[in-house]
Design a protein around this ligand. Structure first.
Ligand SMILES: [Fe+2]
Length: 425
């Protein structure tokens, strides 16, 4: 006997058609995107203690998007007593259809406070979720780092992300060091990436950088990483022409600088992109008074394969990291997990405080390489061919502790850096 519930969707559609109120839903369905919010992503464009940016996507015809939020302590009255904030909407042309990207930066939030929120509008609401603002004063915190998640099967990336967050529910944000997807201008891959990251990106902010694959189109030509920058709303404090993909931000005692190594892919759009970033990076690092300085760049300065890798990246950024005593630089691209000795001017430094440690982040998706190789600059090297991996970083005023884990949670590496002196700048 047919269950009556199976008739419900058909009946609903007929009713909506008759009422003429379903134009947004139909347009969204035609583009392959739903009217209800998807790809819900937390990021920070502003101060993590008092702001929270929330972004999501729908079909192109969905308007009137808004965020409803309240302090989690008052969640019993949510959403009846919620604060409503209207979202900005930007149309996004993709190879799978026309989409709407909705985004809100909540401001004036209380530091160190948990909030409940949902996003949507007349066409449908997301489930309730939560975010927590950074404390007003520096306290120890932890964040997650993922290497290349580009995959044949994005469920593998999803398992890495889920396992990492389940094992570290106290992580305050996560970052991907580039090559999130294999073909960055193929929106079908972002659908899979976000489906796999569901539960992570809506729970803690994503602060990623793009890799070379974010600049690839399905036709295998080069592009600016427009689908990356459309979805991830990041601090707009980078150099001209690279805003939203090169940026810096502070959390606790750490100053983070997020760079873009894709000169080969993007030079036709931003011809002097490395020089422009170098000038910006020097000014940015000179201005910070934070105790710890951590950088992210996709292509490694010290590679993990035969050959030289990309000497231009080392030549441009290496002296800046040396001069401003950047503590750790996370890289990706090679899909190896590796950690260098503290390096200054390309050679092993006397002690950790006098050099920069370069950490290759490994792989969080399916792609592996057969030619990974320990080099003379490596203090630790691990080929994650057998299993993907992730990294946790704990930072307090005097200690940075990095741990690398396999996807299933086995410890690969532990490394600590102690700091007792105020960083000279
Ligand atoms: Fe790459």
């Amino acid at each position: 006997m047919r269950k009556p519930t199976r008739l419900l969707p058909v009946l609903l559609l007929i009713v909506m058609l008759l009422l003429g109120t379903s134009s947004a839903l139909l347009a969204a369905a035609a583009s392959g995107a739903a009217a209800v919010p998807e790809h819900i992503t937390l990021t920070w464009e502003g101060d993590p203690a008092t702001t929270q940016t929330i972004t999501w996507r729908t079909g192109a015809a969905v308007i009137g998007g808004q965020v409803q939020y309240a302090e989690a302590a008052h969640s019993r009255l949510f959403p009846q007593r919620a604060i409503n904030v209207a979202a900005g909407i930007t149309g996004l042309h993709t190879n799978t259809g026309e989409l709407g990207i909705h985004s809100v930066m909540l401001t004036g939030l209380k530091p160190g406070t948990r909030y409940i929120y949902r996003v949507g509008g007349p066409d449908g609401w997301s489930q309730n979720s939560y975010f927590t603002t950074a404390p007003a004063t520096s306290r120890p915190f932890k964040f997650l780092v993922f290497g290349d998640s580009q995959s044949i099967n994005y469920n593998v990336w999803g398992t890495t992300a889920r396992n990492a967050y389940q094992a570290n529910p106290d992580a305050v944000f996560f970052t991907n060091a580039g090559d999130l997807v294999d073909v960055g201008q193929d929106y079908a891959q972002w659908d899979k990436w976000f489906a796999a990251a569901k539960g992570l990106a809506a729970a803690i902010p994503a602060m990623p950088i793009a890799g070379n694959h974010e600049s690839y189109t399905p036709e295998r030509v080069f592009s600016m990483p427009v689908l990356f920058t459309a979805q991830f709303k990041l601090p707009p404090n980078g150099p001209a022409g690279l805003k939203g993909q090169v940026y810096s931000f502070d959390y606790g005692d750490v100053h983070f600088v997020m760079l873009d190594s894709q000169e080969g892919e993007q030079r036709q759009y931003v011809p002097d992109m490395l020089a422009r970033q170098k000038e910006w990076l020097e000014r940015d690092l000179q201005a910070t008074r934070k105790k710890w300085k951590i950088a992210f760049i996709h292509r490694p300065l010290y590679n993990n394969k035969p050959g030289e890798g990309d000497p231009a990246i080392r030549k441009v950024f290496g002296p800046v990291f040396d001069n401003y005593q950047v503590d750790v630089v996370f890289t990706a691209h090679d899909h190896a997990y590796a950690r260098t000795y503290p390096l200054y001017n390309g050679v092993k430094a006397d002690g950790p405080v006098h050099g920069t440690v370069y950490v290759a982040t490994g792989r969080s998706g399916t792609k592996t390489y057969k030619n990974l190789l320990a080099k003379e600059w490596h203090e630790f090297f691990h080929d994650p061919a057998a299993e993907p991996n992730y990294i946790t970083v704990e930072v307090s005023e005097s200690l940075l502790r990095l741990k690398a884990f396999t996807q299933s949670g086995a410890l690969i590496d532990v490394w600590e850096l102690k700091k007792t002196l105020t960083n000279p700048v």
